[in-house]
Design a protein around this ligand. Structure first.
Ligand code: AMP
Length: 432
């Protein structure tokens, strides 16, 4: 099988590496990491010009823009929803409306285009306050704060277009949920879903979940705080009703459906849907997937999901190395050293996110998030130790990283995904 992966980040590097176990892989446009990955070729040709048996679209923007529809109109097999399903991520207001129609527990919310009613609404909430751009903002359009003044200033900055341009001219304001976050990623073939290993991402820049929201500074799988009962409850009350609601609306959703959840005192609640693998969640989820992942994804793309994901009985931890200034005014161009050496640490794979090779062959920083150092280990603590051992071998000026990913206070080091069968497989669910 020949698989075409669309995208240029660490997620696409991880997808390519996992598919390459059993398939030929071509990545467009890829990055310096995919260029040297075994069994992977990298090209600048657009996906529509590439002939492959399966297309896997990594980022949300081309999905929202309808790339999956274009490919399907040519008879190609695609892992990724059409523009109709991608609205789940492209419009937070649509996602909230679908969740309400499906009876899914989620934070109370309202959407606004005018500052007056928006400020009136936020003043009536108890806090913490959450202000989101309605449109896509590369994962950075969300403010979560206890400070009402900050929330009000953010509403004005977003609605005026000053903060995020047109993406911010409509905002969703919602009740802040308190608890432990959990990412449930399922493969959905339009009807059936297969649960992948649960993950937790760490979006704040600083240790202990402090500082600004980023695209993600690290991820772990499994998630100690998520018991089998909580995961089952989330599947029954959130994921499966949402898939049923998509079908009721005539949306044939074939791709990754990523439920971002908060485990609150009242049970799991939906924060958001993403319509693709998360980054850096993909790195930990995919490293824990065994077997023929390319074939599994082909079944999903063709609406004939029969296999169950094979899951390794190991933990995975991903630590992101970010450039100085990220997530604000990022400075790039710094020379990176130590990547090869880091990759020799047992259980470690270094995925490239924002890197570039200069004319002299030197690897330089070229984006906010530069590298995703990902490790497998017997426990989260083992995987974390390996990831940090490898991360410390990599150098570039002003490197930013969190020091607490996979460490005990962020979650127990025991396996949280006891829903996995003793043979390490997950269940395929069919919505009624
Ligand atoms: P989103 O772009 O919707 O995923 O939001 C980014 C991050 O903001 C999430 O991963 C959460 O950490 C946080 N967040 C979003 N919505 C809420 C909410 N209603 N309550 C608490 N935290 C939230």
């Amino acid at each position: 099988m020949r698989v075409c992966v669309v995208g240029s980040g660490a997620r696409e590097h991880a997808l390519a590496a996992v598919f390459a176990r059993t398939a030929d892989v071509v990545v467009t446009p890829g990055n310096p990491g995919t260029r040297v990955a075994d069994g992977v070729t990298t090209t600048g040709a657009p996906a529509l010009d590439i002939v492959a048996d399966l297309y896997v679209i990594g980022p949300e923007a081309p999905l929202v823009a309808g790339l999956a529809d274009e490919l399907r109109s040519l008879g190609r097999s695609v892992l990724g929803p059409g523009a109709d399903g991608a609205r789940l991520e492209g419009s937070k207001a649509f996602m909230k409306e679908l969740a309400s129609a499906a009876g899914v527990p989620t934070a109370s919310w309202s959407s606004f285009t005018e500052p007056g009613p928006a400020l009136h609404y936020v003043r009536g909430l108890a806090g913490p306050y959450v202000v989101k751009t309605d449109g896509l903002a590369a994962g950075k359009g969300v403010l979560v704060t206890d400070d009402l003044d900050e929330a009000e200033a953010d509403i004005i900055a977003k609605l005026s277009g000053a903060a995020f341009g047109d993406a911010g001219r409509s905002v969703v304001i919602e009740e802040g949920l308190v608890g432990e976050e959990l990412s449930l990623l399922v493969l959905c073939d339009g009807q059936r879903v297969a649960l992948l290993p649960p993950a937790q991402d760490h979006k704040r820049l600083g240790d202990g979940g402090t500082g600004p929201n980023t695209g993600g500074m690290g991820a772990t799988s499994p998630v100690g705080a998520a018991s089998a009962a909580v995961i089952d409850q989330a599947m029954d009350e959130i994921v499966l009703p949402s898939v049923a609601e998509l079908r009721r609306r005539g949306i044939d959703y074939r791709g990754v459906l990523y439920a971002g959840l908060m485990i609150t005192a009242d049970g799991p609640k939906l924060i958001e849907y993403n319509v693709r693998f998360g980054d850096p969640e993909a790195e930990v989820v995919l490293l824990r997937c065994d077997g023929d992942v390319a074939e599994l994804c082909r079944q999903v793309a063709d609406g004939e999901l029969v296999d169950e994901p094979q899951v390794r009985n190991e933990a995975a931890v991903c630590v992101v190395l970010a450039a100085p200034g990220y997530p604000f005014a990022t400075s790039t161009g710094g020379v990176i050293s130590g990547v090869e050496q880091a990759g020799t640490v047992e259980g470690v794979t270094v995925f490239h996110a924002g890197t570039a090779l200069d004319d002299d062959g030197a690897l330089r920083t070229a984006g906010g998030r530069v590298l995703a150092v990902t490790a497998l280990g017997a426990t989260l603590a083992d995987a974390s130790a390996r990831a940090y051992q490898a991360a410390d071998l990599i150098h570039f000026d002003g490197v930013q990283l969190r020091r607490d990913i996979g460490k005990p206070h962020l979650g127990s080091s025991s396996f949280g995904d006891r829903h996995l069968g003793s043979n390490g497989t997950a269940h395929v669910h069919t919505e009624a």
